[in-house]
Each structure stands twice: as C-alpha cells, then as structure tokens.
Design a protein around this ligand. Sequence first.
Ligand code: SAH
Length: 231
Amino acid sequence: MNYIFRFILVIIFAYTCFAQNDKYKNDREAMVKQQIEYRGINNQPTLKAMTAVPRHKFVPPNLVNRAYDDDPLPIGYGQTISQPYIVAYMTAAIDPKPEYKVLEIGTGSGYQAAVLSEIVSEVYTIEIITELYNSSSKRLRDLGYKNVTCKNADGYYGWKEHAPFDAIIVTAAAEYIPPPLIEQLKDGGKMIIPVGSPFLNQNLILVEKKGEDITTKALLPVLFVPFKRGN
Ligand code: SAH
C-alpha cells in the first residue's frame, strides 16, 4: 500500500513538473511570436535562441509568473533584465554567426549571455556588481551554458586577453562609447550599445569597424540602467 501511495505521488510530481515546463514553453513561443516576430525581427538564430532559453530561470523567484511579459524586470541592486524584445533586437543587430566570439558588458541575470551562447561559439561577459556576478555565473554554470565565461570587473576596459571580438553587446547606457571596446572589436566587427544620459535620451547605437573607419548609426530610442565606473 505504502509503495502504491509513493508511486502515485511520484507520478503526480512528474506530471506537475511536465505541465509547468510545457506552460513555460507555450509562454516562450507566444513571447517570440507576439513580442518579437510581430515587431519585425526575423533573424532566425535569434528567434530560435529566444525560444530555447528558459527566461523564467533568470528572474527572481517572486517574478517567475511575469518572466514572459513584454517588460524589463528588476533583478536586485537597482538593475534589470531587459525586455525580451530589446534582447532580441540587440542580438539580431550584431547578426550573430556560429563561429563568433562575442563580448557582453553587463551580465546582470545572465539572460542575454545565455541567448548568445545558443548561437555563437564563445561568449565573454563582464559584470561590475560582485553579487550579480556571483549569482549569474552560478546560474549559467548550473544551466549548462559551457561556452560562457564570466568576469567581475569594470567592463569599460573590455577583456584584452580574449580580444579581438567579432561583436560586442553593451547592456548599460554609457555617456560615450568606451574607446577600449572599439579597439577590441575585430576589423569588420559590430557593436551595439545604448548611449546617452542616465534615465534620459538614450539611443541604441550600432558601431561598425572597417579598418580605421568607425561608423555609428542610431537605431532605436531606449531606456537602460546607467553604465557604472570603478571596481
Ligand atoms: N544583460 C543583462 C541586463 C543587465 S542590466 C541581462 O540579460 O540580465 C545592466 C547590467 O550592467 C547591470 O547588471 C549592471 O550592474 C551592469 N553594469 C553597469 N555598468 C557596468 C560596467 N562598467 N561593467 C560591467 N557591468 C556593468
């Protein structure tokens, strides 16, 4: 009897887990269709990666039921995980390829790094807040994102040892484009970075490097948390 009871409990538990996962899978597919594809993003690797990464595992436990909403969400320490559309927009803007080595500044929850990790071969990501570095590097490790390497530092200086990068994604708003990041971009490489005043007038800027030539193009008005300095 005892065994039968336990068996039934195991079945109920397994079914509940399955139903939960399925619910998130549906939420994720709806997020990609309604928030991302519908707004015109059709970079297939980006759509595939956003369908694969379990965003609900990157938000605080009390916000899990809002993980697939069309919003940024707080992740503590005054920081946010970006709105899904913005993550997709920035990912698509660098036109990521499987052989790429990408640098991200502002690991935060680790979500953008995980999305990149599904597409490219190597992701290097830098976070300035030690507590967020600790939690996101553990999360990425636990979820099996083996091609992501994390560092706790001021991302202003980039990551010289691994440069040059095919692409750079900056997820905090800088007042100007840090020159070391331009230096560490490969010839032909692309960087996407929010530039502007804290909490005011920011634009996502696409930077392209062709030899000595650096071109910049404002793509989209945005609102990001400020790029910090120090550490
Ligand atoms: N990409 C993140 C969103 C991050 S919010 C995600 O997917 O969740 C911006 C992050 O940039 C914050 O965690 C903030 O602490 C970090 N940050 C701000 N200035 C930084 C700097 N100079 N170097 C590295 N990280 C920085």
